[in-house]
Design a protein around this ligand. Sequence first.
Ligand code: FES
Length: 323
Amino acid sequence: MQANLRVRRYDPESAEQGSHLQDYQIEVPDHFTVLDALMKVREEDDPSLALRCSCRASICGSCAMTVNGRASLVCKTKMLDVAPDGQAVLVEPMNNQRVVKDLVVDLQFFWGKVRAVEPYLQPRGEEPEGEYIASNESMLNLLTPMGCIMCGACVSACTVLEVDKNFLGPAALAKAYRFVADPRDDETQQRLESLNESSGVWDCTRCYMCVDVCPKGVAPMDRIMDLRESIIEAGMTNTPGARHIESFARTVAHSGSLDEPMLAIDTWGRTNIIKLMDNAMLGFRTLRRGKLPLRSGPFHPRRPGADAVGRIFKQDPAAKYCA
Ligand code: FES
């Protein structure tokens, strides 16, 4: 097949400012991945093309890039799947991270977030003579987060990091869950306290992008929801994030729809005038664009079918952590 690659190039040493797109056409066998095609370009056509890879088998996590706008491991992405009719394939570096050259990003940002959650076991007390033993059952829920290969695809796709670089982000939070849920770790309380702060678990908007792009099924957003549940169960309920989900679940379970003004009041408290004014302005702008349902008055009436909605929350109390 003919591979048509459209690659975003950037050379910090070039006099040209910014990046540009460069097209490459090469003949490749049908089984070629995007990485195979890029390497063929580099070997036979343009040795100046910078990219990062190692295992070529979806293990090392070093080849994450953006393919046709989607964060992907290029060693796992077949050319035939993304361009079945030989159309151009747009290959760009990962988003949300500084580009060093062409398709290579600076991973300092990524590792800084991971380091911030202290990604190592912290047992207290006497060290055991042999190994730390944990039962198989107690480790089962760690299998998914332990599958993370630290490729950064979720960080590239995170819509919160796009607007707020302080957010810990999906990879670091999934890693945090891995240690919070580990029965051999004794710092659970401190870990949860720190994740409960601003830039932690409550800043996730549940857009599902990290779940969608993760090549290993780690589902970072689900792990963030697990952490929220652990935080509430540990009694840390007096934060805007925790109050937000309690209010959201309470009003939806009761009336079948969200009571936005009450949500803002419960989240920020009646005396936080600045935040309430801020939310009121946001509500006004949303209403003006037709994205907020008009209320019939100052009250929040029960909707038809509210009982059925209430039953969902009763049957699955964890549903509120998705609020
Ligand atoms: Fe190792 Fe792609 S090269 S995961």
